[in-house]
Design a protein around this ligand. Structure first.
Ligand code: SF4
Ligand code: ZN
Length: 259
């Protein structure tokens, strides 16, 4: 995933997965002569939650001596997530997810990254497969979200995508890096929360369920490769990002939010 000369932007929320990712990559650094890690934190503007995880991210990068950049929704999109979500709370995670993905890509471009590493773990990946199936969203299941408008392409890597949440927790505890952090107040609206509890039940009764879901996704990707499903059809008329209609999801959301 990483080669000599790479500048790896690590999306660091300050939560457990991205903390483990940065610690592991930093531990591997001596094996690479010419690889640079740069941490990027997105401040969505979620009061009572994000302040503490940002503090945790700042503390970690200071301790490891890693360059750290923080980008806020207010700076990029004109307001905080809390403001955007007034009266739209049930849609919190879809709005937040789309805007945050864009913010991380902007951050990676700003620091001239050649790779963008995120801390998604096996549980996250398996949940996403199931959620896309539940929503019957086949394009999203196979879409390549790393493409952007300028034709530049920053490959997205997920080094922990086959490591379970439990294993990551064990790693952090063993390395004295476990911290109890607050939960996002919008989690209660998330479909992911329900899917998470459903999948943990299945994984407990039928070990391997999550890995099987990932394998299924790979098979579907393979069958869809080269088909229109996996390729964006148009460029957004506002920002130029690849999309399937006239406007990309980010521009559509910002428009609906009056931005
Ligand atoms: Fe954003 Fe939802 Fe995650 Fe909160 S739980 S940070 S609203 S995606
Ligand atoms: Zn757009």
């Amino acid at each position: 995933m990483i080669i000599q000369g790479d500048r790896v932007a690590v999306a660091l929320s300050g939560g457990k997965d991205s903390t483990a990712l940065l610690l592991i990559l930093n531990q591997l650094l001596p094996a690479w002569e010419d690889v640079r890690l740069i941490a990027i934190t997105i401040d969505e503007g979620i009061s009572g939650y994000r302040e503490e995880t940002i503090q945790s991210a700042e503390q970690l990068t200071r301790q490891l001596g890693i360059e750290h950049h923080c980008i806020s929704f207010r700076e990029l999109f004109g307001d905080s997530l809390d403001t955007f979500l007034k009266g739209r709370e049930p849609h919190a995670c879809s709005i937040c997810g789309i805007l945050r993905k864009k913010a991380v890509v902007v951050g990676a471009q700003r620091v001239g990254a050649t790779k963008l590493a995120t801390g998604h773990n096996l549980d996250d990946e398996a949940q996403s497969v199931l959620m896309n199936v539940f929503r019957s969203d086949l394009p999203r299941l196979v879409r390549n979200s790393a493409l952007n408008s300028s034709g530049t392409f920053i490959p997205r890597i997920k080094p922990l995508s086959l490591i379970s949440e439990k294993e990551i927790a064990m790693y952090l505890i063993q390395n004295g890096a476990w911290r109890v952090l607050p939960e996002c107040p919008y989690t209660r609206y998330a479909l992911r929360r329900e899917v998470r509890s459903l999948l943990s039940g299945f994984e407990y009764k039928h070990p391997g369920t999550m890995l099987h879901l990932i394998e299924t996704k790979k098979k579907i990707e393979h069958y869809c490769s080269g088909s229109l499903l996996s390729a964006p059809l148009h460029s957004c008329r506002k920002c130029g990002d690849p999309c399937s209609g006239d406007f990309c999801q980010v521009c559509s959301i910002l428009q609906s939010l009056g931005k």
